[in-house]
Design a binder for this molecule. Structure first.
Ligand code: COA
Length: 388
C-alpha cells in the first residue's frame, strides 16, 4: 500500500551556476510541475530544503522568495535544514502531510549553491559545511567532513580489510554512471590508477574519492495515494525511515556501521513490506567513496564488510546484481547539499518510470534512496515502487 505518490520530477544540471537561489530552485520547480501536468495554483504547500545559504550567501527566509519567483506566493512554505539530509527530511514530511490529509499536493525540493560562485572558496566553504559537525568536540579539533568520513572509513578498513583500490573502484563506477547522466556535474570517466595518483585530501581519501562542491536544485510533486491515478505517471512511495545516531563520532560504539542508516532502512522496509533483497537498485549518499561502502552495507544491499569487494567486482555497477548510484551519485552527479535528497527521489522516479535512457536499471520496480546528514548522525531512507 502506497503512503503517497510522486507525480512530477525535475532538477537542474548540477555544477556551477551564477543564478540566484530562488531562480535556480525555480528551474527545478517548473520542471517538476510541468512534468506532473499541474499549475502552481493546484498545489497546497511547498516543503523546501536549504542548509547553508545563510552562511554561504547571506540569504535566509527563502520560503517567500522561492514562492514569489515561481508564481506561488500565498502558499505556505515550510523550510527544512538537516545538513546533507535536508531535502530528504522535507520529502518525508511532505509524504506524511498528504498521507495524513493535511494537504493533497505538495511541491517538495531543495536548492544550494556551494561553489566559488557564492564568493566563498574551498577552505571557506569547508569551514561552513563543518558547522554541521559537533560544535564542542569535532570543530575545535579541526575535523571537517573529509576528515569525519576518513576516520569512519579507516575503521571499516581496519575491521574488514577494505582497501584503497576498492574505494577507488567506487569512484570509477560512479564517474562511469555519471557520464551517462546529462545533469551530472562531471561527465568524464576515471580509472583506479588515476584515483590512486590523486592528491590526498584526508587519508585514505584522495581528490577523486570526494564529492565536489556543486550548485543545483531538485523538486518533486507529491500527492496523496487516492489522487495518484489521476496523474500520468505516478510512482509510489511505500516507506520512509528516519533515524539519528549518536554524535560526536568519538562516542559511536561501532563507527564503521552507520547505525542511523540501519535503523532508517529497517523502518522503511517494514513500512513497504519488503526486505533489502527486493530492492532492485539504490541511490546512496556517497559523499566519499568510503561512505558508499558503509551505506551499501547499512541498507542491506551488500553483506557487512563486503561493500568494497562488491564495488571492485562490478556487482554494484549498472549491469551488476546490486546496482548502486546509477545517477553517478554525489561523487559524479554532484552534491548541492540541500538539493541532494530530492535529487535522489528524482532519479528513483525516472528510473521506475523507465525514462532515463542509457543508465536504465533494467526491470527495476523497487528502489531505495539513502540520504545522510552530518557526521553520519541523521539518515533518511525512502522506498519507492513502480505503480502496478
Ligand atoms: N572530484 C573530481 N574532480 C574534482 C573534485 C572532486 N571532488 N573537486 C574538484 N575537482 C576538479 C575540478 O573540476 C578541477 O578540475 P580542472 O582543473 O580540470 O578544472 C580540479 O579538480 C581542481 O578543482 P578545485 O576546485 O581547485 O578543487 P579543490 O582542491 O578546491 O577542492 C576537494 C577539491 C576534494 C577538496 C573539494 O571538492 C572537497 O572538499 N570536496 C568534499 C566536499 C564535502 O565535504 N562535502 C560534504 C560531504 S558530507
Amino acid at each position: 500500500m502506497a503512503r503517497a505518490a510522486v507525480v512530477g520530477a525535475g532538477m537542474t544540471k548540477f555544477g556551477v551556476h551564477d543564478t540566484p537561489l530562488q531562480e535556480l530552485f525555480g528551474e527545478a520547480a517548473f520542471d517538476a510541475v510541468d512534468d506532473a501536468g499541474v499549475e502552481m495554483r493546484d498545489l497546497d504547500a511547498i516543503y523546501f530544503g536549504n542548509a547553508m545559504s545563510g552562511q554561504a550567501e547571506n540569504d535566509t527566509h527563502l520560503g517567500p522568495k522561492v514562492a514569489s519567483h515561481i508564481g506561488a506566493a500565498g502558499l505556505p512554505v515550510q523550510r527544512f535544514e538537516d545538513a546533507c539530509a535536508t531535502s530528504a527530511n522535507a520529502f518525508k514530511n511532505a509524504v506524511q502531510a498528504v498521507e495524513g490529509g493535511t494537504h493533497d499536493a505538495v511541491l517538495v525540493g531543495g536548492v544550494e549553491r556551494c561553489t566559488p560562485e557564492t564568493g566563498k572558496d574551498t577552505p571557506e566553504m569547508t569551514r561552513i559545511f563543518a558547522s554541521a559537525s559537533h560544535r564542542q568536540y569535532e570543530q575545535p579539533a579541526g575535523l571537517t567532513f573529509p576528515g569525519v568520513f576518513a576516520l569512519l572509513t579507516k575503521r571499516h578498513m581496519h575491521e574488514y580489510g577494505t582497501t584503497e583500490e576498492q574505494l577507488a573502484s567506487v569512484a570509477v563506477k560512479n564517474h562511469s554512471h555519471g557520464r551517462l547522466n546529462p545533469r551530472a556535474h562531471f561527465g568524464k570517466e576515471t580509472t583506479v590508477e588515476e584515483v590512486l595518483d590523486g592528491p590526498v585530501v584526508a587519508d585514505p581519501f584522495r581528490l577523486m574519492d570526494c564529492c565536489p562542491f556543486s550548485d543545483g536544485a531538485s523538486a518533486v510533486v507529491v500527492v496523496s495515494d487516492d489522487l495518484a491515478d489521476s496523474y500520468d505517471a505516478p510512482v509510489d512511495v511505500t516507506g520512509i525511515g528516519h533515524a539519528t545516531d549518536v554524535t560526536p563520532i568519538g562516542d559511536k560504539a561501532t563507527p564503521h556501521v552507520t547505525q542511523a542508516a540501519r535503523d532508517a532502512a529497517s523502518e522503511a522496509y517494514e513500512q513497504a513490506g519488503i526486505t533489502a533483497d527486493d530492492v532492485d537498485f539504490a541511490e546512496v549518499h556517497d559523499c566519499f567513496t568510503g561512505a558508499e561502502v558503509m551505506a551499501s552495507e547499512a541498507i542491506g544491499l551488500v553483506p557487512d564488510g563486503e561493500g568494497g569487494t562488491y564495488a571492485a567486482e562490478g556487482r554494484t555497477s549498472l549491469g551488476g546484481d546490486r546496482p548502486i548510484n546509477p545517477s553517478g551519485g554525489l561523487k559524479a552527479k554532484g552534491h548541492p547539499i540541500g538539493a541532494t535528497g530530492t535529487a535522489q527521489v528524482v532519479e528513483l522516479t525516472e528510473q521506475l518510470r523507465g525514462t532515463v535512457g542509457d543508465r536504465q536499471v533494467e526491470g527495476a520496480d523497487t528502489a531505495a534512496a539513502h540520504n545522510l546528514g552530518g557526521d553520519a548522525a541523521t539518515t533518511v531512507v525512502s522506498v519507492m515502487e513502480a505503480r502496478s
